[in-house]
Design a protein around this ligand. Structure first.
Ligand SMILES: [Zn+2]
Ligand SMILES: [Zn+2]
Length: 265
């Protein structure tokens, strides 16, 4: 039997901004277009996986982002104890995806070769390229390498049955997306391969970039990997919380991505 996974998006943070900041070349209809911050949980019959680790309160203060709920708390609300998580997949090493270094004491971390090479190499000599990175997120991952807690991937890898990672690059040089089989088909968790639905639907990249061409190719790869465009999940879009059903009663910001999107009139 084909193993399927339950899939959750868990919002943990928020940031007010306008549309101009979300598209390469700006936006002629500049209006409010806030970012939400998420981590994702991939829950199988035997094992659970966490995709990205978010940021903590001190980092939120430093970066002037709003921490709505600590990442560990959100995971516990859906029954995942961070102490027991064995596998964490990191999309890329930006501050909002690779923080909370001590939250998963037993976990192995899955990262792309290219991403670690990028965030520890000569490109970080350039202020413009290192802005989204924090040195202590990077050094914490290097420490984990030396503690035998990092598994490197190069391109496409199978993490578990029906759960694979795919390097797309673009936004960060070694960015990887997750493809996972759910009861509604193959869902792609894009993380920052597409911040908003509008980025990949309209072919308009988010302006934090390592490569425009890889970003655009990444949109095509995600569409190809997913069962439909409705199965592609952007990394920062508040619309995700509107389009998918709540996982828990009276909690508006933890949703089920293995469920079909809500049909609205
Ligand atoms: Zn990013
Ligand atoms: Zn991000």
């Amino acid at each position: 039997m084909s193993e399927t996974y339950d899939l959750f998006a868990i919002r943990y943070g928020h940031h007010h901004r306008t549309a101009t900041h979300n598209f390469l070349g700006g936006d002629p209809h500049d209006g409010p277009m806030p970012l939400d911050y998420f981590v994702w949980a991939i829950v199988g019959a035997k094992r659970s996986f966490v995709f990205d680790t978010g940021f903590d309160a001190p980092r939120a203060a430093k970066r002037q982002r709003t921490l709505l709920r600590p990442v560990g708390e959100g995971l516990k609300m859906i029954g995942i104890n961070p102490d027991n998580v064995e596998d964490v997949i990191i999309s890329h090493m930006h501050f909002d995806h690779a923080g909370n270094h001590e939250l998963f004491p037993k976990a192995r971390y899955h990262v792309q070769d290219t991403e670690m090479k990028y965030c520890t190499g000569r490109c970080m000599c350039h202020h413009a390229l290192r802005i989204p990175f924090e040195a202590d997120d990077v050094t914490a991952m290097v420490e984990k390498i030396f503690a035998d807690r990092v598994i490197f991937h190069d391109g496409v890898s199978e993490i578990a049955p029906n759960l694979t990672v795919h390097k797309v690059g673009g936004h960060s040089k070694g960015l990887q997306v997750v493809r996972v089989l759910t009861r509604r088909g193959w869902v792609v968790l894009g993380s920052d391969a597409s911040h908003f639905y509008a980025n990949f639907e309209q072919g308009r990249p988010f302006p934090v970039l390592e490569s425009v061409s890889d970003t655009l190719e990444g949109y095509a790869t995600m569409r190809w990997l997913a069962s439909s465009n409705n199965h592609v999940i952007p990394g920062h879009d508040p619309l995700v919380l509107e389009r998918y059903p709540a996982a828990l009663p009276d909690v508006g910001d933890i949703v089920r991505l293995d469920a079909d999107p809500i049909q609205r009139n």
